[in-house]
Design a protein around this ligand. Structure first.
Ligand code: GSH
Length: 302
């Protein structure tokens, strides 16, 4: 108090002086930071607008499919990209691919641009395209068959997926990704960051609380159900391919071509061989240009 009385320097005045001093010292740095951040934002905004202009010029009713870059052994490392691209082929819908902006309006890959509209989520996209182009391959199914196909699709998209996520990012630590896809050094550095994000996600989802062997058994039961249901059929719902085949093929494609050394690949090779043969059939039917959709040349290790 005596100090305040003698000098007239209240705590408020001291703080005010301190802030003024700090601003004086760091003004050039603050201005430089604002200019750099502003320039980066404006430049990326302009680039984003240019890309949109290009996609909107793709042509009326032409789908622009935004995805991660192609892989060495499978056209994509995302089961949902393979699912959606298989559907586009099944439905013979004219489409173009884009690798510049793989993450879409819902913060996920894949997404599409159609006549200027941006749509996210493989399933919602398939349903929307199905009604727009009149390509509903499940319309002949009975309500009971339809319900089974729906349950199978959800099991694969929302359950088996997590078993693969645990293997790919936690057990395998993303190692198979760098074998199966050309990863720029920058992205390799980001794998541990993504791994941490996945660890949090699987914990929240719940599957991350199980041991690896428990997760493996959970995955085995899904594959076993698919295998038993497929039996000797050509496609899941019989002789004719339907939407559920796109989802199942998309997910199994990740096991067969993008998960070397995974326990699930061993299961398909030994226990559930009809699923392996089924994937070869879907590939032959809808991906005659499979090899042209891969990054060449293959790495020496394979
Ligand atoms: N339900 C979505 C799932 C899409 C999805 O999970 N995509 C993953 C790649 S396989 C992704 O974008 N992950 C990036 C992230 O979550 O940040 C769909 O069917 O499209």
């Amino acid at each position: 108090m005596a100090f305040v009385a003698m000098t007239g320097w209240t705590p408020l005045r001291i703080a005010e002086r301190g802030l003024k001093w700090l601003w004086g010292k760091s003004k050039p740095l603050t201005v430089a930071a604002v200019v750099v951040i502003g320039t980066v934002h404006v430049t990326s905004y302009i680039k984003k607008q240019k890309r949109r202009k290009k996609w909107n010029n793709a042509g009326k009713d032409v789908v622009v499919l935004h995805m991660f870059p192609r892989g060495y052994f499978c056209p994509n490392l995302s089961p949902f990209v393979v699912k959606l691209e298989t559907y586009l082929r099944m439905a013979k819908i004219h489409y173009q691919v884009d690798y510049e902006e793989p993450i879409g309006p819902k913060g996920k890959c894949p997404w599409i641009t159609l006549n200027g509209e941006e749509i996210g989520d493989s399933q919602l996209i398939i349903e929307k395209l199905g009604s727009k182009y009149g390509k509903d391959f499940s319309s002949d199914l009975t309500p009971e068959q339809y319900a089974i196909a729906h349950a199978m699709r959800v099991m694969v998209d929302e359950h088996l997926l997590w078993c693969l996520v645990v293997w790919r990012y936690i057990v395998d630590g993303g190692a198979s990704l760098s074998i199966c896809m050309k990863f720029p050094v920058f992205f390799r550095i980001l794998i541990p960051v993504f791994r941490r994000k996945v660890k949090k996600a699987v914990w929240m989802q719940g599957i991350g609380r199980h041991s690896f062997s428990e997760v493996e058994e959970i995955g085995r039961k899904d594959l076993s159900a698919l295998s038993a249901f497929l039996g000797e059929n050509t496609y899941l719902m019989g002789d004719k391919a339907t939407e559920v085949d796109c989802a199942v093929f998309g997910m199994l494609s990740q096991i067969i071509w993008n998960s070397p050394n995974s326990p699930y690949l061993k299961m398909l090779d030994t226990e559930f061989t009809n699923l392996h043969a089924y994937c070869q059939r879907v590939k032959e039917e809808f991906w005659p240009d499979w090899n042209d959709c891969l990054v060449q040349p293959f790495p020496k290790c394979q």
